[in-house]
Design a protein. Structure first.
Length: 118
């Protein structure tokens, strides 16, 4: 099998648009990892790590609320985050890999979709 290594064409601290591709839960470590594919780098995933804290007001709960998947009954269907459009800022880790530093809903994308539907 032949593989090709790539160098990401991204910069630390710059904003990029993308889509949440998947998530993983590691209950032993108490971690949720959210993976994003950027419009600019569609062959790579960039990861955001959250403490898997089920308390209201936790960083993870706020993130779920920010991307509109937090329900009124204080529940979240995690599968609903797949495909959500987001804007991320990246940071370079000690291992020279890029990770998601900040992630938020791409509200402009959804506003444009709504205007097109009208």
């Amino acid at each position: 099998m032949k593989v090709q290594f790539v160098t990401p064409k991204v910069e630390e601290g710059k904003k990029y648009r993308g889509e949440i591709s998947r998530y993983t839960i590691d209950k032993e470590q108490g971690v949720c990892r959210v993976y994003v594919i950027l419009d600019r780098e569609q062959n790579l995933e960039f990861m955001k790590r959250f403490d898997f804290n089920m308390m209201k007001g936790s960083d993870f709960a706020r993130f779920c609320d920010d991307i509109w998947i937090y329900d009124e009954d204080d529940t979240v269907e995690l599968d609903n985050m797949k495909g959500i459009r987001v804007i991320v800022k990246l940071k370079k880790g000690r291992n020279e890999k890029y990770y998601v530093k900040d992630i938020k809903l791409d509200e402009k994308y959804y506003q444009e979709q709504e205007e097109q539907d009208e």
